[in-house]
Design a protein around this ligand. Structure first.
Ligand SMILES: [Zn+2]
Length: 111
């Protein structure tokens, strides 16, 4: 379950942020996760509970925003949202993913 190690690196950053700001509590962590990032949100939420237990983030809430898969055609440059394939909806050529595979920490609220 790579969500646990992922969550650990996220919390690592969160704890460092809290320390840098002399905070004693982490209130909220907002993440942006690409639809095709290969991350199971349920597992990530479970990992969050596990990793934050007995820490300054134990009461923190986790907010997850899902980012849809978006492609940009390598031939005509069209940008489109797709649920499965990165094939241009206009000319049928291959496209590269421009979003939908990311994992970003949007914000960390500390107190
Ligand atoms: Zn195209």
């Amino acid at each position: 379950m790579h969500e646990v190690s992922l969550m650990m690196s996220i919390m690592d950053i969160a704890f460092r942020t809290a320390r840098d700001e002399n905070a004693c509590k982490i209130n909220k962590i907002s993440l942006q996760i690409g639809e095709k990032a290969g991350i199971v949100v349920d597992s990530l939420e479970f990992a969050f509970e596990m990793v934050t237990k007995n820490t300054i983030a134990k009461d923190a809430s986790l907010e997850i925003e899902t980012v849809p898969l978006k492609g940009e055609c390598l031939v005509c440059g069209l940008q489109f949202v797709s649920s499965e394939f990165l094939i241009c909806t206009e000319c049928g050529n291959f496209a590269k993913a421009i979003s939908g595979q990311e994992l970003n920490i949007q914000s960390i609220e500390v107190e």
